[in-house]
Design a protein around this ligand. Structure first.
Ligand SMILES: C[S@@+](CC[C@H](N)C(=O)[O-])C[C@H]1O[C@@H](n2cnc3c(N)ncnc32)[C@H](O)[C@@H]1O
Length: 239
């Protein structure tokens, strides 16, 4: 029990927005946020006036002040801004007929990487992020790492055989240099797991194996960094 009845009503199945920035992004991109609390409501509204004046009216109506010990029961390690909220989970699914590339994370293990990739996809205007494997892309650690930008793109979890349409470009250091390629509309860009790389399933389904330029003797880039390079390549040519 958290000691906060309103919070408990939405805790099961709600998406934790940990900190002011996650709440800000979620509200900006249309999340439904039934409960939001602050350790110091006045300070949170002052932060809003400084960083998100577009939301100050909304936050004034939404934020409820709770004592520090209650906040610690709601969120084990409260964010330095002392703000937390619960949003209703996004339900949209990846569009099959989109033009923008879809990022596919093939069995990612690190939720910080998943969140960083969601943030990249949101910022770049990609067609969404689809994960396979057993990690939940809406886990609080992933939403914290995306700074709430899960609501600014589509984030879905599926099994490999259910991947939507579009040519599949699977990223691996053994592939063809990305710089020689134009990514076609609706491409799926697949990246392997941090430890094991691409699964046999995704490798077998790939239309192209693609490498990011890298010096010899370096084994690989970090997963989120690899996605950043691929999306930058798409943006540099598409915009
Ligand atoms: C940390 S790496 C995985 C390293 C893993 N030990 C392996 O054997 O592939 C995570 C993912 O980032 C992508 N990646 C990293 N460096 C890459 C490169 N130079 N070219 C293409 N993809 C790369 C791949 O999709 C890779 O599966």
């Amino acid at each position: 029990m958290t000691g906060d009845a309103e919070w408990e009503r939405y805790a099961d199945g709600g998406v934790l927005l940990d900190g002011f920035h996650a709440l800000k992004h979620a509200l900006r991109f249309g999340a439904r946020v039934p409960v939001a609390v602050a350790r110091d409501r006045k300070a949170a509204l002052a932060l809003s006036s400084e960083l998100a004046p577009d939301l100050t009216g909304t936050l004034d109506g939404l934020l409820r002040e709770v004592p520090a010990e209650v906040l610690r029961r709601l969120v084990p390690r409260p964010h330095p801004t002392g703000v937390a909220a619960l949003a209703l989970r996004g339900t949209s699914s990846v569009a099959a007929d989109r033009d923008e590339p879809l990022v596919v994370l093939d069995n990612p293990r690190n939720l910080g990487n998943v969140g960083a990739v969601v943030r990249l996809a949101a910022g770049a205007g990609a067609g969404g992020v689809l994960t396979t494997g057993d990690a939940d892309p809406w886990h609080p650690a992933a939403v914290r790492a995306s700074a709430g930008l899960h609501f600014a793109t589509t984030v879905e979890h599926r099994q490999v055989p259910e991947l939507p349409g579009g040519q599949l470009f699977a990223f691996d250091p053994e592939g063809d240099d990305l710089r020689s390629l134009d990514l076609p509309a609706g491409a799926m860009l697949a990246f392997g797991s941090e430890r094991h790389g691409l699964s046999d399933d995704v490798r077998a389904r790939a239309d192209h194996l693609v490498a990011l330029p890298m010096r010899p003797q370096v084994s690989s880039y970090n997963l989120a960094t690899s996605v950043a390079m691929a999306l930058y390549h798409w943006m540099a040519r598409a915009y």
